[in-house]
Write a protein that binds this ligand. Structure first.
Ligand code: HEC
Ligand code: HEC
Length: 341
């Protein structure tokens, strides 16, 4: 038997051994497996220098005070991503900016505004992001998000140089006629970062973590629809308010100079629905005075696109014959064949 009172060398050795075992067990071994868990996903693009600068602006401006970047594995988070977040999602953003600064903490715990994990996919329009940062209430009427006016410069139109990003502020909302609002480098970096926020697909063969359904009051999980049952009809008005209203506005009257009205639009009221199907699937650009509309093929499936088009065609004073999901499907094959929905 070792006598710790007499044999001090053994006391030290045993203490060292216990220390080594504990460190391996609680620190080294988990760290090694953590390394594997955090490996970047194969289809995850590296952050560009501009996006990394944008991340610093995001941290510096305290956006984390109101926005999370974590899709939790509970049913209410389904709207924020295609799957719950996993450690690998943070592989590039968790790099320390330099030796003096810690890893930016992006997860957040406050959701005064929406989760931003997938915002680059949900709201892929640079024009919208710029205008929203300049003044959130110009695009979302009741928004409580602060305006980040200091990320922009208000200049005389003569001072606009080629290459400047001019924010699509509706003319009647400018302080002075003839004034232009241009984005500073920090705004451009921040928007580049926001547009890069997209969940990367998991490699094929990986089982995605699942969302846990909210249990019904009786304690049982809410029953999934019986297999083979007809899927519930898509609510076009819901798709409109979730996707289109951000730009075309809830009353479909648009914002002059930024987003055209859908109320009374000749495209919407055209008897032939194909042009509108093509616009929603593939996006639309080219008319002077309006920024591009981002394609929705990756965001919405055929039923959702047909439903929202039919909703717009029969509301806001519009009156045109409806289309159907089969038409959307055949146009998808032409316009966005790579999109799977
Ligand atoms: C005081 C809370 C608050 C702060 C701070 C804040 N936001 Fe927001 N944000 C909101 C709210 C509320 C909304 C929803 C209403 C809206 O779209 O304006 C929102 C919406 C957004 C959206 C649109 C999300 C979507 O799903 O359409 C983006 C992008 C965004 N914020 C980015 C930022 C960035 C970048 C910063 C920092 C520069 C920031 N926010 C700071 C409250 C905040
Ligand atoms: C990010 C902002 C944005 C979102 C979201 C958006 N649009 Fe658009 N939309 C635009 C812009 C900008 C234009 C004008 C593009 C141009 O003319 O070059 C446009 C044009 C259109 C037009 C043509 C209107 C005309 O009179 O020429 C239709 C139709 C349309 N959008 C329907 C929709 C529908 C339906 C949705 C929702 C599924 C939607 N848009 C979502 C920005 C957006």
């Amino acid at each position: 038997m070792i006598n710790f009172h007499k044999d001090h060398a053994n006391l030290v050795n045993v203490a060292l051994l216990v220390f080594a075992l504990l460190s391996t067990g609680i620190a080294v071994a988990p760290a090694l497996t953590m390394q594997d868990n955090n490996a970047p996903l194969p289809d995850m693009p590296k952050m560009t220098d501009q996006e990394r600068r944008g991340l610093s602006v995001y941290v510096a401006e305290g956006c984390i005070g109101c926005h999370t970047q974590q899709v939790r594995n509970i049913a209410m988070d389904k709207t924020w991503g295609d799957r719950p977040s996993i450690p690998s999602d943070y592989y590039f953003s968790k790099e320390r900016p330099n030796i003096w600064q810690a890893t930016p903490s992006l997860l957040g715990s406050e959701r005064t505004g929406p989760d931003l994990t997938n915002v680059g996919k949900r709201q892929a329009s640079e024009a919208w992001q710029m205008l929203h940062l300049y003044n959130p209430r110009m695009v979302v009427k009741g928004s409580v998000m602060p305006r980040y006016g200091w990320l922009f410069q208000e200049v005389d139109s003569a001072q606009v140089k080629p290459g400047d990003v001019v924010v699509a502020v509706p003319a009647d909302k400018l302080d002075k006629p003839g004034m232009k609002v241009i984005a500073t480098l920090r705004a451009k970096d921040l928007v580049a970062y926001l547009l890069s926020l997209k969940q990367a697909p998991l490699p094929s063969g990986t089982v995605a973590p699942e969302f846990i359904e909210t249990p019904a009051p009786n304690g049982k999980a809410v029953a999934a629809a019986a297999p083979g049952a007809a899927p519930a009809a898509v609510d076009g008005s819901a798709v409109f308010s979730q996707v289109c209203a951000a730009c075309h506005q809830p009353d479909a009257k648009g914002l002059p100079g930024a987003f055209p009205p859908l109320a009374g639009s000749p495209v919407v009221n055209d008897k032939d629905a194909l042009k509108m199907v093509d616009i929603v699937l593939g996006g639309y650009t080219g008319r002077p005075g309006y920024g591009p509309m981002p394609p929705q093929a990756e965001n919405l499936n055929d039923d959702e696109i047909a439903a929202v088009i039919n909703y717009v065609k029969s509301h806001f004073g519009n009156d045109a014959p409806p289309t159907d999901a089969a038409t959307v499907k055949s146009q998808r094959a032409v316009i966005a064949p790579q999109s799977v929905k």
